[in-house]
Design a protein around this ligand. Structure first.
Ligand code: FES
Length: 107
């Protein structure tokens, strides 16, 4: 298990132990983290799983792929340099302690 820290818009932190190979959207939905919708089920087709990755952690992630990049153009909030789709972040051992900030709204 890998510890992932979800930071709610009010600053509250929620740490989940996530299985290697699972994506951050599914882990959040399974724990009923309401800021993540995940409408398409993780196929990078809905952009309702947007998170802002802590800038200190960006270098630990696989770069944004073309499809994710296209979908990030349609997120509800203004896209930031650290915007990612949480369904496209697959947990690996090297991500222990990763922090993601949840947006106020996905639409
Ligand atoms: S769950 Fe739909 S884009 Fe991530």
């Amino acid at each position: 298990m890998v510890a992932i820290v979800y930071v709610h818009p009010d600053g509250r932190e929620q740490t989940l132990d996530v299985k290697v190979g699972e994506n951050l959207m599914q882990a959040a939905v399974d724990e009923d983290i309401r800021e993540i919708i995940g409408e398409c089920g993780g196929y990078a087709m809905c952009a309702t799983c947007h998170v802002l990755v802590d800038e200190a952690d960006l270098a630990r992630l696989v770069p944004v792929a073309k499809l994710e990049d296209e979908m990030l153009a349609g997120i509800g909030a203004e896209r930031q340099l650290n915007s990612r789709l949480s369904c496209q972040i697959v947990v690996a051992a090297g991500l222990d302690g990763l922090r993601v900030h949840l947006p106020l709204s996905q639409i």
